[in-house]
Design a binder for this molecule. Structure first.
Ligand code: OSB
Ligand code: MG
Length: 385
């Protein structure tokens, strides 16, 4: 059925960039396998290796652009196989089919709103096109969409170890220059975890921002009890405290800790999702890899800004190619003002670029990368056109 197949990738570019012609000559898709330093325990699965796809597009002038397509098991609806199939379907329509503009196709063929849900392939193909346009026009990738960019973005240090490591990890991160920390909670006893958060606050002093993420671990009563215990520790927000997100305003009323949507955004496909009824909503945690297309990302960013809610870009354990894209998007969306959730690269022993996407002093650079920077030693070529 038409609706279930991905539409032509289309990007809503700013008016001054909408007419840039593009003519693709070839495409290559690599599959990478990157080992995790320690097994990555996620809500529904444990991973020892991260697999994903790197797309390299080349135009008739020899300019290249790169994108990443890496469904995260347990979070993405799609498997790597489906993602690969959808990507090749998009590429078959685009490569060697003459001149087009990235913007034109979004209008002509319909964007994600027309389909049941966007395929993850869209994000990889669209950002590869953005990267190609940005390489050939010398404009930052995010700038083509949002009209501004920043050389660097602040990052929230991710604390996902066991409770006894929280304060030592916080200590190391603060020493390394992080001004915002994000702690994964909802894993063991919530009373002990609340005490751990109080300990971190005591150690960190009042200036460091603390974000928490419970990945929907609690019922309302447990969440409120936890919330009351950590409220004096001045929590910027907690992501997804509740199994049932409809109760989030009641959680906020009862304990005063602001919350953020993460998983909820991936369940509600309604583009006009209303945030009005959610008193206490402080942030949207935006994972472009899971949101799966730039049009939906832009729509969520705009809705967040309109409602005075923080748009917080966040990664899903992408490799360096994907992380570079995310850093650039964060630079264009929130610049130096909002810490982005991109501290996932350190979980791997290796990457897909010669120099890893590093965080220095709590900041990540938004510099572009080219095919010269690729390290394909953990990659296998799967497709070439
Ligand atoms: O729950 O926020 C999450 C990564 C993969 C899957 C889910 C999550 C995450 C992160 C990314 O926490 C890092 C961050 O947002 O700081
Ligand atoms: Mg989260």
């Amino acid at each position: 059925m038409e609706f279930h197949t991905p539409n032509f990738a289309g990007i809503t570019l700013l008016p001054q960039f909408q007419d840039i012609p593009l003519e693709l000559k070839s495409a290559r898709i690599f599959k990478y396998s990157l080992p995790f330093k320690n097994s990555l325990v996620l809500k529904h699965t444990t991973l020892t290796v991260r697999e994903g796809l790197i797309l390299v597009l080349t135009d008739v002038n020899g300019k290249t652009g790169m994108g990443e397509i890496s469904p995260l098991p347990g979070f993405s609806r799609e498997t790597l196989e489906t993602a690969l199939l959808n990507t090749t379907m998009l590429l078959d329509k685009m490569v060697g089919s003459g001149e087009f503009t990235a913007h034109y196709y979004s209008k002509k063929k319909g964007g994600w709103q027309d389909s049941v849900a966007p395929a993850i392939a869209h994000f990889g193909v669209e950002t590869a096109i953005l990267s190609l346009l940005s390489n050939s026009k010398n404009v930052g990738g995010g700038e083509l969409i949002f009209g501004k960019s920043s050389d660097r973005v602040p990052i929230n240090g991710l604390i996902r170890g066991s409770l006894s490591d929280w304060v030592p990890e916080a200590e190391r991160m603060i020493r390394d220059g992080y001004k915002t920390l994000k702690i994964k909670v909802g894993r063991i006893n919530s009373t002990l975890e609340a005490r751990g958060i109080q300990d971190i606050r005591k150690f960190a002093g009042p200036e460091i921002k603390l974000r928490l993420d419970a990945n929907r671990s609690w019922d309302l009563a447990t969440a409120i009890e936890f919330g009351k215990a950590v409220e004096p520790s001045n929590i910027e927000y907690i992501e997804e405290p509740l199994q049932e997100p409809v109760d989030l305003p009641r959680f906020f009323d009862a304990c005063g800790v602001p919350f953020a949507f993460d998983e909820t955004l991936h369940q509600i496909m309604d583009p006009t999702i209303s945030f009005e009824s959610y008193t206490g909503l402080r942030a949207l945690v935006l994972k472009p890899t899971l949101i799966a297309c730039t049009a939906r990302l832009i729509s969520l960013v705009n809705q967040a800004i309109e409602k005075g809610v923080l748009p917080v870009l966040s990664s899903s354990y992408e490799s360096d190619v994907g992380l570079t894209t995310l850093a650039q998007l964060a630079g264009s969306i929130s610049g130096e003002n909002i810490a982005a959730g991109l501290d996932t690269r350190s979980a791997f022993t290796a990457g897909t670029t010669k120099s890893p996407t590093a965080i220095h002093d709590g900041w990540m650079s938004t510099r572009s990368i080219t095919t010269q920077d690729l390290d394909l030693s953990h990659c296998e070529l799967l497709y070439q056109s």
